[in-house]
Design a protein around this ligand. Sequence first.
Ligand code: PLP
Length: 386
Amino acid sequence: MHLSRLAMSVGQSATLKLNELANSLKAEGRPVIHLGGGEPEEKIPRGAYDAAVKKLDTGYIHYTAVSGIPELKKEIASYTEHNYGLKPAAKNIVVSGGAKQAIYNFLMAVVDPGSEVVFPAPYWVSYPEMVKLVHGVPIIVRPGPGELIPGIEEMDRHITSNTRAVMLNSPNNPSGALYPEAFVRELVEICEYRGVYLMMDDIYDRLVFDGASAPRAFAMSGRPLDDSIIVSINGVSKAYSMTGFRIGWSVAGEAVSLAMAKIQAQVTSCPSGLSQAAAAGALGGHGAFVEELRVQLEKKRNLMVSELKKIKKVKLHVPQGTFYSFPDFSAYEKDSEKLSRLLLDKAMVVTVPGREFGLDGHLRLSYCGSEKDIVEGVSRIEKILD
Ligand SMILES: Cc1ncc(COP(=O)(O)O)c(C=O)c1O
């Protein structure tokens, strides 16, 4: 039977595929160590649990407003005001089934067939495929040799009259790098000058180390939100350890928010009402949960870095946020798919090949699992390579 050209052209999510593989190997009783994960191992915040149980106890779980329930929007507005110095109105917020759906809504709302979406490598695995799903053209800006962030001039050079949007994720999955303040400031200026949307994927914005903070693009623009080119994407998946609830959101000008909500209404009607209640409960918890998680992750980052330093020829930029490290293994093997496969076969360690993120020679190693797994996983890798 016929499958569409679209279905045939889109790649599978490499990270989700690896999660499934790790789980099935574990279920077979194999001694697998999963350094490919993309979610914290912590239980959800108490506030999320209580709010979900309370909602469930009412016995009424029905459709909600397309763009989200008022209680959650109120919490998102406070979150945005607290962290970005800008208080959005309810009309500027669209709650979705995960940040992934928010990004997809955004792309559907602004990209015409053939128009370009520019983003730097290394990038989150889904960006190129999502752009292709809306019939856009992904334009990838590569960093110089040994770097994880391209120069702002390189970004500028790739933005043309055919560019509809730029996407930036900082701190970054997979590299853990924070884009410098000056880079983001200049990017805001370039996008405003050229009339191009700037989608800030802020999903890891609370998970930043060494006293640094994530870029606050809204604060770098003098424009009111309804005239802004900036669209901020966020959610409870990472910082609140609530990946399974599938709640994300966007903060943007009214026109683009309305377009995104119109599209979402036709795709999923609304995000799960039960999950929205839980997300409101989590955000209402004033960030204590997030700070505790951040401190834990910073410790695990330090452990991952000190373990990786034992592998002689590995080059590492110390991650400044997220729960990923992205060491360069090219002194051992330039083909990251081949290396990742070897480490799975010979060491039973799951890693994600850098090629999936647009930068071969690297592997993404997560440190969101247990300290024991970090030490054991890296030591198995070291034994194979050295
Ligand atoms: C950079 C980035 N953006 C967005 C998402 C999607 O998050 P969610 O689980 O809320 O859909 C992820 C998840 O891995 C991510 O790494």
